[in-house]
Design a protein around this ligand. Structure first.
Ligand code: DC
Length: 335
């Protein structure tokens, strides 16, 4: 069983508008969540005391929800609360990804759900950004853009073409005619290099250093940043990277900087590699992480840096769930 939340407001306390707004709210909830009326177990309403002309539950019955158990109650009068507001909780006998629905002035109650917003999640290699951002995106039902994957695809292209990542001119020449795009399958990012799915090739340890090196060139950064901004422009998403909060989206609504001690990051990377079937000695992984940090922090263009207004989270001794909950709570606090 799942519970879907929703709310709406009326401009005037009239039976006509209450009926219209209740119908609109219930129909939006059903459409956005692909719910049939038969799958609804019950619908519970509450409304503020300034609504007196009609029961929302009665309005629901009259607009076609007559076969469902319906209930209305009154909310306490809380100073400063939203005026003429009708809230709903709908229980459904279905295992679905829930989309809560907030309409009219009630949009302001849950800006995190109703407004387009971006979350910048930056940090060094192995800080847990990619796992955390995927979980946050899933929780908030928004897109997750792994920007490192795009630089990895650039590194892979150089590798496949025999171009040295240290040769700026050659890198620019090869990438000018290269297409790097991302798509999504069931919410999972697929990274394409010239139309070919390279999602697993770009994860090979040898590509990490190439990605970091190639990401230092201004031409590469301009091309990737443009593509990232285009995706983030119209879509709510979490972007994980190095320079999202400081450079790609300086006006992102929420910014976080995830860190962890190098040894802990290396240990996590070793476990990840083992799970993917890549073997690399621990000391080598640690040395790579330290070298990559140096390279990412010290490059001239858009280096790895904590944006001034980002919230820093040291995940060294936190579980993934703790980090995810900390970030979700911070987002909710700011709404
Ligand atoms: O997050 P990752 O390890 O997949 O990233 C690979 C490299 O790409 C990283 O070492 C630096 C670079 N990168 C970057 O410069 N800017 C970003 N926004 C993301 C990654």
């Amino acid at each position: 069983m799942k519970a879907v939340r929703g709310a709406t407001t009326v401009d005037i306390d009239s039976a006509k508008q209450i009926k219209e707004r209740v119908k609109e709210l219930l129909e939006s909830i059903c459409t956005q969540n692909s719910i049939d009326k038969e799958e609804i177990i019950c619908i519970m309403f509450s409304n503020t005391l300034d609504i007196r002309s009609y029961y929302p539950a009665k309005a629901a019955r009259e607009c076609g929800f007559s076969g469902n158990a319906l209930y209305s109650s009154l909310e306490p009068e809380i100073e400063g609360s939203l005026a003429r507001c009708i809230r709903v909780m709908l229980f459904v006998d279905k295992d679905i990804e829930i989309k809560h629905v907030y309409l009219h002035s009630a949009e302001n109650l849950r800006k995190d759900l109703t407004k387009k917003y971006n979350i910048a999640l930056d940090g060094p290699a192995g800080s847990g950004k990619s796992t955390v951002s995927k979980l946050i995106a899933k929780k908030l039902n928004i897109l997750c853009l792994d920007t490192g994957a795009m630089y990895r695809a650039c590194g892979l292209k150089c590798h496949l073409s025999g171009v040295s990542v240290n040769d700026e001119k050659a890198v620019e020449a090869i990438l000018k005619d290269t297409q790097i795009t991302v798509g999504y399958e069931n919410g999972v990012q697929i990274t394409y290099l010239d139309g070919k799915d390279v999602s697993s090739d770009i994860r090979k340890p040898e590509i990490s250093m190439l990605a970091s090196a190639v990401a230092a060139w201004p031409y590469v950064r301009t091309k990737m940043v443009e593509a990232q901004r285009e995706i983030a422009k119209n879509t709510s998403c979490v972007l994980d990277g190095r320079d999202i909060g400081s450079n790609v989206l300086p006006n992102a609504e929420y910014k976080f900087f995830l860190t962890a001690k190098p040894e802990i990051r290396a240990k996590r990377r070793a476990e990840e590699n083992a799970a993917k079937g890549f073997s690399q000695p621990f000391d080598e992984i640690l040395a790579d992480i330290i070298r990559r940090d140096e390279q990412d922090i010290n490059r001239e263009v858009a280096p790895l840096v904590k944006a001034k207004d980002a919230v820093e989270v040291d995940s060294s001794y936190m579980s993934i769930d703790e980090v995810v909950n900390f970030i979700l709570n911070k987002i909710q606090e700011k709404v």
